[in-house]
Design a protein around this ligand. Structure first.
Ligand code: M5T
Length: 631
């Protein structure tokens, strides 16, 4: 649950935490923020002597961490994040900056320096708002730092070594963790405790308040919040505001400009720490005149309750090909669109308005037109069209999901309830009619196009000369692979009824000849020879028993030095963090005998078939990638 309305502003945005620190992830998760974790590859090697104050070093490192991730995601991935958050925590004592110790001796040196003294912990934070315009990444960076003073007691050598041998110091700035055993070393803390742990949550919320809710014009002299505004302030300020997930052009940004806190391109403001804490409740009087707390809007729950309405609005607009119409003819008035697609004017107008409010369309005096992302993702011939998957979601997944309750009660797929017939396996359902088969193939093609770059580039695959994409359907991934690795030859292996229908999806181009199609059933038939076997979104369709059949066949033809590459949504071991993947697992429940699995579960499946050196790359996108070279 999002407790804080300021954090609520991030709910509809794609937020990325550019940090591998489990503490930062926990602090932000605990307050209900939803985000993806994409650890930064920025090496913390800035020249310390070039900074006049230690906090400047922390802020600059935080900026570089966040910038590296924002740039990498923009270049590598198809969806630029809306917000990237980076942070860097350092300990400063006697004008020296202490980061994470490299070994036990280093930890000892650090802790000895801190022994019996007061030191400062600085966390620099950078918040980058991103948007992609004409394929260029535009960023607005805001940053700040927080200082907390910590004093260590006089500690004996014995205790210091005992602490070092616990292993706790190694991944922590200054060589201690105040939140755990290291708490025993500390005499006092002045300032924000969470800042020491790795993330100054309070200051972060104030910064967001400043960004998203700048003071109103009549109050413009108060340029900065030194407290977090109360709920009613937010509601008044945010009245009528639409929460587009693709950042600006969005109203928040124009508000930022109008009050001059920062402006597009003019980058960032820094400020020092401000320690005021205030609560979030708004006092109200009940009928007896007794003060009580106002009910906070459970925005997350309301959003979930409405989720199906938004999905269905998108589905219907896609089915009616409204985005295709607007791409060719927009901007158009509702009445003209209704005439063209043969729908009622009043219904069409409501649908268009809802789509505009959801950020899918733009509404101006001239009429409705597509947003940039509608042109790319929602038109049926868009560069990364999701049209096929949206129609599949509407026509196939929607009826299945209406039977989710039965699926949960019975623990099994619901195809018979949704479509009135029982098929032995998943693909028989899809391939019983030409229409359903083509719809399903278009859906798989949509997702494969969108994810292919990640699958192809998560690992360097240039040592492989041939690959076989098992269940490779239309060949979308195969074509991406041969673009990235021009020397690679890829065989797409899929059921005969699929292979017979792939021609519609083939691109023309110089590498097209490097992709060939072979029909067969990977559970029964011989597999083509290859150096690399790829299973992208295949294993999640099947129960463990069937996966063992498939992996043993792959293992049998896989020579030493050859490899297997899996692309799946990989769950965290505790199965509690990735809602997209966990919902996908429900999707598997309603229609297959498969499920989404954790890294440990995939590792265990692979290891049973001689694939022992498994590397898992969490991409932060739709699919994570697992590579395993056979020894
Ligand atoms: C003083 C103190 C620090 N830490 C951790 O120290 C790391 C600092 O290193 P960083 O470079 O800022 O972050 P990182 O862990 O390398 O992650 P990244 O953001 O990917 O660079 C962060 O983890 C913090 O929690 C604690 O957990 N407790 C404490 O009391």
């Amino acid at each position: 649950m999002v407790l804080n309305p300021v954090l609520g502003k991030l709910v509809s945005k794609r937020v990325v935490l550019a940090s591998a620190s489990p503490r930062r992830q926990e602090i932000l998760t605990n307050v209900g923020l939803r985000f993806e974790v994409v650890p930064s590859w920025f090496k913390e090697t800035l020249e310390k002597s070039s900074f006049t104050a230690p906090y400047e070093y922390a802020v600059e490192t935080a900026r570089q961490k966040a910038l590296e991730v924002a740039n990498r995601m923009h270049v590598k991935h198809l969806r630029t994040p809306d917000v990237v958050i980076g942070a860097d925590t350092i300990v400063s004592v006697d004008e020296q900056i202490l980061e994470k110790p490299v070994d036990k001796q280093d930890a000892y040196r650090m802790l000895s320096r801190l022994n019996g003294k007061e030191h400062s912990v600085f966390t620099g934070v950078a918040i980058i708002h991103c948007r992609s315009k004409d394929n260029q990444l535009e960023m607005e960076i805001t940053d700040f730092y927080e200082e907390t003073k910590v004093k260590f007691s006089e500690l004996s050598e014995e205790l210091l070594w005992e602490y070092i041998h616990s292993g706790e110091p190694m991944d922590k700035a200054g060589g201690y963790g105040i939140q755990a055993l290291g708490g025993m070393l500390v005499e006092y803390v002045h300032g924000d405790f969470l800042n020491v742990v790795g993330f100054p949550l309070n200051h972060f919320c104030k910064k967001l308040a400043e960004l998203y809710y700048p003071p109103s014009k009549h109050n413009v002299q108060h340029k900065k919040y030194d407290s977090i505004p109360s709920v009613d302030t937010f509601e008044k300020l945010s009245d009528g505001e639409s929460e587009s997930s693709n950042f600006t052009g969005h109203k928040d940004a124009s508000k930022l400009d109008s009050v001059g806190i920062y402006s597009l391109g003019a980058v960032y403001t820094s400020e020092n720490s401000s320690g005021v804490r205030t609560g979030f409740t708004v006092p109200l009087e009940n009928q007896n005149g007794v003060s009580q707390s106002a009910a906070k809007l459970p925005s997350k729950i309301l959003e979930l309750m409405d989720g199906f309405r938004a999905s269905k609005a998108l589905f219907v607009a896609s089915k009616l090909k409204i985005f295709d119409h607007l791409k060719d003819k927009g901007p158009m008035k509702a009445v003209d669109i209704a005439n063209d697609v043969g729908t009622s004017v009043c219904g069409t107008e409501r649908l268009l308005d809802a789509c505009a409010a959801l950020g899918l369309l733009e509404k101006t005096l001239q009429g409705y037109s597509n947003t940039d992302s509608a042109n790319i993702y929602l038109t049926s011939d868009g560069k990364y069209s999701l049209h096929g998957y949206i129609i599949h979601s509407n026509d196939h997944l929607w009826p299945l999901f209406t039977n989710l309750e039965s699926a949960v009660k019975e623990g099994s797929r619901q195809n018979h309830r949704a479509f009135g017939k029982k098929a032995d396996d998943l693909f028989k359902d899809y391939y019983h009619s030409q229409e359903v088969k083509q719809r399903f193939m278009a859906a798989m093609h949509s997702i494969a196009r969108l994810t292919a770059r990640d699958v192809a580039t998560a690992f360097d695959l240039s040592q492989f000369k041939s690959a076989c994409d098992l269940g490779g359907c239309t060949g979308a991934l195969a074509h991406e692979l041969v673009q990235v690795y021009p020397d690679l030859k890829v065989t797409v292996f899929d059921l005969p009824e699929v292979i017979a229908n792939t021609s519609y999806f083939q691109p023309s181009g110089q590498h097209a000849a490097s992709v060939t199609f072979v029909s067969g059933d990977f559970f029964k038939d011989n597999l083509p020879e290859a150096d690399l076997y790829i299973l992208s979104r295949v294993l999640h369709d099947w129960p463990d028993e069937k996966i063992h059949v498939l992996l043993s066949k792959v293992s049998a033809v896989c020579r030493p030095g050859c490899a297997i590459l899996l692309a799946e949504m990989v769950l965290d071991d505790e199965k509690k963090n990735r809602s997209t993947a966990l919902l996908q697992s429900l999707n598997m429940l309603v229609q297959t005998e498969g499920k989404e699995r954790s890294g440990t579960e995939y590792r265990a499946l692979l290891e049973q078939h001689g694939f022992t050196n498994v590397t898992i790359r969490i991409t932060g996108n739709l699919l994570d990638i697992i590579l395993c070279v056979k020894m």
